[in-house]
Design a protein around this ligand. Structure first.
Ligand code: EGV
Length: 388
C-alpha cells in the first residue's frame, strides 16, 4: 500500500479494493501504529485507580472462580447501570443478556428482528457496522436523518413501513444525544405503531446528558424496546468488555433463543473487571475521564483553530471522537497524506451509509488516546492542512 500513489490509495479506500470495505477495515490499518487515532476504543493510559484494579487481577480471578456467576453478573450490572444513571434497568431473568461486545449484541438483535419484520428505520449517519449487521440479517433499511429525529415527531408513514426504529445515542460520530423529552415522545409513537424502539448507547458514559434514566422513560411508554449498552468505549481494558442486550418484558423477539445460538455467557473475570472499573469511576474516575476527553478535544480544536477552511461540526459533542470538517479538501486525500506520516484517522463517508458523499470532507479523530499522541497527530494534521 505504501508504494501506491495517492490517487491509487484513494481509489482503494473508496471501496474498489475489497480489503477496505468498511470503517473497521480502515481501523485495522491503524492498529499497530503509535499514532492510531482511528478506532473509538479506549487506548489512553490507566489512571492510578484503574491500575490498582489491574494489579488486583489475580485476586479477581480467584474471587470469580469461587463465587456463583449469577451473583458476579448481578454485581457488575448494578455497578455499571447505576454509575450511568440507569437506575430502572431490569433485573428479572433474561432481561439483560451479557455479550462479548456490543456488536455481538447487535448481531443477536438483527437476527431476532429478521424473524418478525423486514424493515428498520435507522439513524443517519451512524457507525457502519450497525447498518451492515442489519443488512446481513436480511433487513431493509430506511434512513432516519439525525435532524429529523431531534426536530420532532417521526413521519407516520415511516413508522407504518418498519418493524423497528434504531437510534444510536449519543450518536457515533456526531455525539448528539436524544433528550429525555424526545425519547419519551419517540417511545410513545413506537407504542402507538407497535414498532420496536432500539437504542445503541455505547457512548453513553461520556455525556451526562445521556445519564437520565432511560429505562424509566421506556417502561413508562409501554412500547416494546431494546437497548444495547457497552462498557468497551470508556476504559482502557485491553478489549475486555461487555455488551449488554437489554429488552422490555414483552419485546416479542426471540432474543434469548438467538443469544443461546451464539454464546453461553461472558467471562466472570471480565464481569468483575467491569464492576471494579465502574466503582472506581463512581469514586471520581468518571469525572476525571470527562475532563480528560474535554482536554484532548480542546487540544484538537485549539491547534487547528486558525487553519483556514477547517471546522468542527459537533460543537456540543462530549463523546470520545471528534469530527473535523476539512473544508474544500477531499477527506480521503487528507487521510492518505496523514497515512504517509503514519498518522491514522477515519474518513467519514461510510458513516453516511445511505449517502456516502455527505462525508466527503469530514474526518473522525479518536480522543481516547494519550494526550501526547493526540498533540503529535494534530500537529501533523495541521502541517498537511496548511501544506507546510
Ligand atoms: C468506533 C469496531 C466493529 C467498532 C469501533 C467503533 N468495529 N465492532 N465491527 O467497535 O467507533 O470506532 O465503534
Amino acid at each position: 500500500m505504501l508504494l501506491l500513489k495517492t490517487s491509487q490509495k484513494i481509489r482503494a479506500a473508496q471501496g474498489t479494493d475489497a480489503a477496505l470495505g468498511n470503517l473497521t477495515q480502515f481501523e485495522y490499518l491503524a492498529l499497530s501504529s503509535p499514532l492510531n487515532l482511528s478506532d473509538g476504543h479506549a487506548r489512553q493510559s490507566l489512571t492510578p485507580g484503574q491500575a490498582e484494579v489491574v494489579e488486583a487481577l489475580p485476586l479477581l480471578w480467584a474471587t470469580a472462580a469461587a463465587n456463583p456467576i449469577e451473583e458476579t453478573e448481578a454485581a457488575a450490572k448494578r455497578a455499571y447501570f447505576r454509575l450511568l444513571g440507569q437506575h430502572s434497568f431490569p433485573t428479572a431473568r433474561g432481561r439483560v443478556l451479557s455479550c462479548y461486545s456490543s456488536s455481538v449484541a447487535m448481531e443477536i438483535l438483527a437476527r431476532s428482528l429478521a424473524t418478525r419484520t423486514d424493515a428498520v428505520a435507522l439513524l443517519h449517519p451512524t457507525f457502519d457496522n450497525i447498518p451492515d449487521l442489519l443488512l446481513g440479517a436480511g433487513l431493509r433499511l430506511l434512513p432516519l436523518a439525525e435532524e429529523a429525529l431531534h426536530d420532532g415527531d417521526l413521519d407516520q408513514e415511516l413508522l407504518r413501513a418498519v418493524g423497528c426504529v434504531f437510534v444510536t445515542t449519543p450518536n457515533n460520530p456526531t455525539g448528539r444525544v436524544l433528550s429525555q423529552e424526545r425519547l419519551r415522545a419517540l417511545a410513545e409513537q413506537c407504542a402507538e405503531h407497535d414498532v420496536v424502539l432500539a437504542l445503541d448507547t455505547s457512548f453513553r458514559g461520556f455525556d451526562p446528558a445521556a445519564h437520565y434514566d432511560h429505562y424509566a422513560v421506556l417502561e413508562d411508554s409501554g412500547c416494546r424496546w431494546v437497548v444495547i449498552e457497552d462498557t468497551g468505549k470508556l476504559w482502557p481494558t485491553q478489549e475486555l468488555k461487555i455488551g449488554w442486550l437489554v429488552s422490555s418484558a414483552d419485546v416479542g423477539l426471540p432474543l434469548g433463543r438467538v443469544y443461546s445460538d451464539i454464546l453461553l455467557g461472558v467471562s466472570p473475570l471480565v464481569m468483575m473487571l467491569v464492576q471494579r472499573f465502574s466503582e472506581d469511576a463512581a469514586r471520581g474516575g468518571l469525572d476525571a475521564l470527562h475532563r480528560f476527553v474535554a482536554g484532548n478535544r480542546a487540544l484538537v480544536r485549539g491547534d487547528l483553530a486558525d487553519v483556514a477552511d477547517v471546522g468542527f461540526p459537533d460543537a456540543e459533542s462530549r463523546v470520545s471522537v471528534e469530527r473535523i470538517d476539512v473544508g474544500r479538501r477531499p477527506g480521503l486525500e487528507v487521510w492518505s497524506a496523514l497515512r504517509d506520516h503514519n498518522v491514522h484517522v477515519l474518513p467519514c463517508q461510510k458513516f453516511h451509509w445511505a449517502a456516502p458523499s455527505e462525508g466527503d470532507h469530514l474526518l473522525r479523530i479518536a480522543l481516547s488516546r494519550k494526550s501526547a499522541a493526540v498533540a503529535s497527530a494534530v500537529s501533523t494534521l495541521r502541517q498537511v492542512l496548511t501544506g507546510g
